[in-house]
Design a protein around this ligand. Structure first.
Ligand code: M6R
Length: 606
């Protein structure tokens, strides 16, 4: 969380920082601010609560002229969303921005008697105070002495009044990447932000300090030794065409799904069979495990739930799906026969990263399914399979989810083959059904006006339920999260057979119900459950498949027919239909669909 940028070079820094903060805004958009070293060598701060466009507004037609500076977009952790709490913070000689959480900030405040000079309620200002306390003319010494006092996670970018054109940075867990080019040296929270200068970059190692001015970038370890960075090359294409004519990134990203699913699967299918040789995933790890455990959060965790159905029904292997934030506190049973799969779009979600590290310490083999190249989780994993969703900008995850699912289908098929659960012919049949998904998803997209009409039915609802069984329930958990996060309507996904054990008490004519019926063996039972809510006055919007030809259509408020696929594959077209449903509700309510309140795209606090 929190977007960070630091730059020193020959560009006019104010404009460059503001442009980059706009790109990083998806990391947090409560407040924004920059610090610039002006032509007199004075560090000047401009910041405010609100979006980057409001910060830009503060400049009017004037700028602060200078070539070195840093910028921040905030996702509030300590202290409300106010101008004072926006970063950068200043204490004595120090100006500082921060991503992360300092857990012992209260003790530090007391210990170094910082209270009298504080202007904000943030943990960040305390860090500036601690560095100022240790500063006696040597920035590196002050940084080193300070960070060993900090408990928590941090990416800190620091400017010293005495060295106004030098940018210093250090991190623990929270990411910082660094890049050099003829135009200057740059560091940021995201690879995408440094890639605008050069595709070559390095990840700042934990507890190492960067010293960066116009001429050079130097990297020091905590003992003060200068070390060589490991240079990486980004093969990450930035989406150049913005929203591509759509009003929101979310709509654009939903519409891209046939193409990105295709891209994710095509290079991994040879003669109708799945291969992960280009990803360097060995058959041994797929063969030798006797248990699988997925760790992930939010939408990525919901992809894991579909993976669980695949693993258990196709492979007959036990799979747990754990909320990454709960994983290590549940004393998980894992050993060297366990394959732990981390799923993450950003590859930076700290809960997932910490769960993965825990699993490694317990001896498990680790594999991650990641969208962003070179992300922290990818670097920590024994094996990585990248999805080819491309940059996902909207906070609500859509194309990352369906490409994660595509990888899970491929992985299931490869495991079935190497474990001898299915023969080659059976695997080919499975894969050929997977290859139909881009076309089936496209058919849903073509009928999106119908889904828009259904969405209008819930615009005024305060609460909704989404009901189904089996795989339909897994799909609805994700559909319900989508609706909650962007429309602010309370939505509960419920296993429809469980309603009668209590929750049906909440069903009235004021609680619209979304029902999903795509699974042949569950159809009749699901229909009975739907009739039970209808009898309590609920208006039902039914998503089902063409071939089911549900009778008594006029009983339901609206029906959407999904194109037919084999039961296990209905997840993909059905999920896309629910993404569109949530999208239209949010857009019709007039919300900023891409930046829902209180959220951020990359979650780097525990
Ligand atoms: O980057 P990750 O996939 O690890 O992110 C996990 C969740 O934070 C993310 O899926 C979140 O739930 C989305 N906002 C859902 O749309």
């Amino acid at each position: 969380m929190c977007g960070i940028i630091g730059y020193t070079g020959n560009k006019d820094v104010t404009e460059m920082l503001l442009d980059t903060l706009e790109m990083l805004e998806y990391r947090g958009y409560d407040s924004a601010g920059i610090a610039v070293s002006d032509t007199d060598g004075k560090i000047r701060i401009v910041k405010c609560a609100g979006r980057v466009k409001e910060l830009r507004h503060l400049f009017g037609s004037s700028q602060i002229n200078g070539n070195s500076g840093m910028g921040h977009t905030r996702w509030a952790t300590h202290g409300g969303v106010t101008d004072q709490n926006a970063h950068p913070h200043r204490y004595g000689h120090i100006t500082l921005i921060h991503n992360g959480i300092i857990e012992n900030y209260r003790e530090l405040k007391e210990k170094y008697q910082l209270q009298d000079m504080l202007n904000s309620e943030t943990d960040t200002e305390i860090v500036a105070g601690v560095i100022n306390h240790f500063y006696n003319g040597d920035p590196l010494d002050a940084i080193r002495k300070s960070v060993v006092k900090l408990k928590g996670t941090f990416a800190l970018v620091i400017m010293f009044d005495d060295f106004p054109d030098t940018i210093f940075a250090i991190r623990n867990v929270s990411p910082i990447v660094v890049s050099s080019s003829n135009e200057g040296n740059v560091l940021a929270s995201d690879v995408a932000a440094v890639c605008q200068f050069s595709k070559e970059y390095f990840v700042l190692p934990e507890l190492h300090t960067i010293v960066m001015n116009r001429e050079c970038v130097l990297l020091y370890d905590l003992s003060g030794e200068c070390v060589e960075p490991d240079i990486l090359t980004a093969d990450w294409e930035l989406g150049q065409n913005g929203k591509g004519g759509f009003p929101f990134y979310m709509e654009k990203e939903i519409m891209e799904q046939p193409e990105v699913i295709q891209k994710t699967i095509e290079g991994r299918i040879v003669n109708g069979l799945p291969f992960f040789s280009k990803d360097e995933v060995t058959d041994e790890i797929l063969k030798e495990c006797n248990r699988i455990c997925v760790v992930a959060c939010g939408t990525a965790m919901h992809a894991g739930l579909v993976g669980q159905v695949l693993a258990q029904s196709v492979l007959g292997i036990h799979m747990d799906v754990e909320l990454a934030s709960e994983f290590m506190y549940a004393d998980p049973v894992i050993d060297d026969q366990t394959l732990v799969i981390a799923i993450s779009q950003s590859g930076e979600t700290i809960d997932t990263l910490e769960a993965l590290k825990y699993a490694k310490r317990a001896g498990a083999k680790t594999l991650s399914i990641i969208n962003v190249r070179g992300a922290s989780i990818a670097r920590e994993s024994d094996y990585v399979i990248y999805t080819y969703a491309g940059p996902e900008v909207a906070v609500a995850s859509t194309k990352a989810y369906t490409t994660q699912l595509s990888v899970l289908y491929l992985l299931t098929a490869r495991m079935a083959l190497v474990r001898g659960v299915l023969n080659e012919g059976e695997v080919r049949t499975f894969i050929s059904e997977l290859q139909r998904t881009p076309e089936m998803v496209d058919q849903v997209l073509q009928k999106r006006d119908q889904i828009h009409k259904m969405a209008r039915r819930v615009l005024d609802a305060r609460d909704t339920f989404m009901i189904g069984r089996g795989l339909d329930y897994s799909i609805l958990l994700e559909g319900s999260l989508k609706l909650k996060e962007i429309s602010y309507i309370h939505s509960e996904a419920y296993a429809s057979g469980e309603l009668k054990h209590g929750t049906i008490a909440l069903i009235t004519d004021k609680t619209p119900v979304v029902a999903m019926v795509t699974q042949s063996r569950l159809k009749d039972k699901e229909m009975s459950n739907i009739r039970e809510v209808c009898s309590r006055g609920a208006k039902v919007m039914l998503f089902t498949r063409e071939s089911f030809q549900i009778s008594g259509m006029d009983e339901w408020s609206e029906v959407f027919e999904l194109p037919d696929m084999q039961d296990l594959f209905m997840v993909l077209p059905a999920s896309v239909a629910l993404q569109l449903f949530a999208y239209y509700v949010s857009a019709d309510k007039g919300y900023d669909v891409d930046k829902p309140r209180n959220l951020a795209k990359v979650v780097t606090v525990e």
